[in-house]
Design a protein around this ligand. Structure first.
Ligand code: SF4
Length: 235
């Protein structure tokens, strides 16, 4: 990657809509070298739906941390049944989980940032590394207005941590835009959204938020806002 290449990509993508960005990604990197990361958020559901219209064999992966809500698995099942989507499931290594639970306990994420990040490392980051070895670029459902940590997102960035391009076709979408697409297209969504949840991750680390709160304020609510990333999207 060079800064010149990144600037060229940004210029090229500036006028494209989300579906066009996805189609470009498959063409530019090759269908086996780019993958969409889905946590079954509404944003990821929008992108999965768009991608399925372009190619049902496009790669979509999900990190199954083992601590997700039943409602999240319900969305996965319904998406597979309704749209024929197939997911590459990345799970933590059994030996890492055993060591994590034995060393710190199942709820140590509340005790310190270090312990919370250790849990995210075992359940998310290490499984992600395996997928990253197979691709040159990944696609995410990040939006600029989701959080303080995302306000200056670019449509394509160089992910220094992963050494890959990271493409975010929905950066300029609002929460209302996402819901409009979901409703207009009859896309399955997580039932927890109807109970006040607006950003959904693992069950121990997610709670409902008020309408005036930051969308991600229900994630790791006991931490400071600048720490509210699990390490997947550090920039
Ligand atoms: S979000 Fe919470 S439960 Fe999930 S991996 Fe991170 S610390 Fe562990």
């Amino acid at each position: 990657m060079t800064g010149k290449k990144l600037a060229e990509y940004r210029q090229l993508l500036a006028g494209k809509d989300a579906a066009e960005v996805l189609a470009w990604s498959l063409d530019e990197f090759g269908p086996q070298k780019v993958a969409l990361a889905s946590s079954f958020s509404t944003e990821d559901q929008v992108l999965s739906h768009m991608l399925s219209k372009i190619s049902l064999s496009a790669r979509i992966f999900t990190l199954d941390t083992g601590r997700q809500f039943q409602e999240t698995y319900d969305v996965m099942q319904r998406s597979m049944d309704k749209f024929g989507l197939r997911y590459e499931v990345c799970a933590p290594a059994a030996e890492d989980l055993v060591a994590l639970l034995a060393d710190a306990g199942p709820n140590a994420m509340y005790q310190s940032l270090v312990k919370r990040e250790a849990c995210c490392a075992v359940r998310k980051l290490r499984p992600l590394e395996k997928i990253m070895q197979t691709i040159d670029a990944w696609i995410c459902g990040l939006r600029r207005d989701q959080a303080l940590t995302r306000k200056d997102l670019e449509i394509i960035e160089w992910d220094i941590q992963q050494g890959k391009y990271k493409i975010s076709p929905l950066i300029n979408w609002s929460e209302a835009d996402v819901w409009r697409y979901i409703k207009d297209n009859g896309i399955p969504y997580n039932a927890l959204y109807d109970q006040g949840f607006r950003s959904i991750g693992c069950a121990p680390c997610t709670r409902a938020t008020g309408p005036d709160e930051d969308i991600r304020s229900g994630r790791w609510w006991w931490e400071e806002p600048e720490h509210k990333e699990c390490g997947l999207h550090k920039r």
